[in-house]
Design a protein around this ligand. Structure first.
Ligand SMILES: [Zn+2]
Length: 291
């Protein structure tokens, strides 16, 4: 693939259907470097990442789209965020042994919560999606079709190097007629092979699937894995807890260990680090004047 971490938008010229192809490589590999996931968890996480980006592409996002699953299955937590700046971050938590392939086996009694945060208006929309079907793509399809009245087809494919997906959707507000086109196109999209989705250029994928249709490619967006967490942010959070609280944790546990819930970055503070936190804090509050 020529373009790294690219999202391709397209529309059908003669029927009100739009689509998106996501092909992530570097962003996906950066995410994988944070934690050594078992193969089954890695597959779910890759599909979740591609699905999150595809879903974000269908929204007028002015902030962030967060998808989160909590459950009592072997994978007990998974989170993924896509921002309107095209930054992606996410991670999964799992128990020792992860077996199975179906959503119910992997996540148990779980729910998918989809949150759209609007930075400008400070509004937040939340939808709760039941984990129906065998795969994440099925759960999202039935949510979009039933709750949002947006007929959608999503195909995902992931391996060690790529997290990819394709989405086609009937354009909102134009649901009348064109049923035959929709049936044909949604059936065609399902014929894409995983290895095609992860290796071919978007133009080739579209040509293979829809060579009878005229398709306009609307443009490319570029994504990256980026988390807004930092040691400085964590330090500020610890400072806000107060020196007494921090000292008592250090006394009890030896170190303070914090994992970012979005990117799994690990932050450790030992006794010396903790002392430094408050030393610099005092320094900030009462800067020495130069003579
Ligand atoms: Zn982070």
């Amino acid at each position: 693939m020529k373009n790294k971490d690219a999202l391709t938008r397209f529309v059908f010229e003669n029927t009100p259907i739009r689509g998106t192809i996501i092909q992530l490589d570097e962003a996906w590999q950066t995410l994988l470097q944070r934690k050594d996931y078992p193969a089954i968890v890695q597959t779910q996480l890759g599909e979740f990442l591609a699905a999150n980006t595809l879903l974000a592409s269908t929204l007028k996002l002015n902030g962030a789209l967060v998808m989160q699953i909590s459950g009592d299955g072997p994978i007990n937590f998974m989170v993924m965020e896509c921002t309107s700046d095209k930054h992606l971050r996410g991670m999964a938590q799992y128990k020792e042994t992860v077996e199975g392939t179906l959503l119910k086996d992997l996540f148990g009694n779980g729910q998918l919560v989809i949150t759209v945060d609007n930075n400008k208006s400070n509004e937040r929309y939340q939808s709760i999606v039941s984990l129906d079907g065998e795969k994440i793509s099925h759960a999202l399809e039935s949510y979009l079709t039933q709750s949002e009245q947006l007929e959608t087809r999503i195909i995902l494919a992931t391996n060690d190097h790529h997290a990819c997906g394709i989405l086609v959707q009937k354009l909102p507000g134009k649901t009348e007629g064109n049923e035959d086109d929709w049936n044909r196109i949604s059936q065609l999209v399902a014929t894409i092979k995983p290895e095609e989705l992860t290796s071919l250029e978007p133009e080739e994928i579209l040509h293979r699937l829809f060579n009878e249709d005229n398709i306009l490619i609307l443009g490319l967006d570029s994504y990256s894995f980026q988390c807004s967490c930092s040691r400085e942010r964590v330090s500020n959070m610890l400072i806000s807890l107060g020196q007494e609280e921090i000292n008592s944790i250090i006394e009890e546990q030896g170190t303070i260990d914090i994992d970012c819930e979005f990117c799994n970055q690990h932050y450790t503070f030992d006794k010396v680090d903790a002392e430094e936190l408050f030393a610099t804090d005092i320094h900030h509050q009462a800067p020495k004047t130069k003579h």
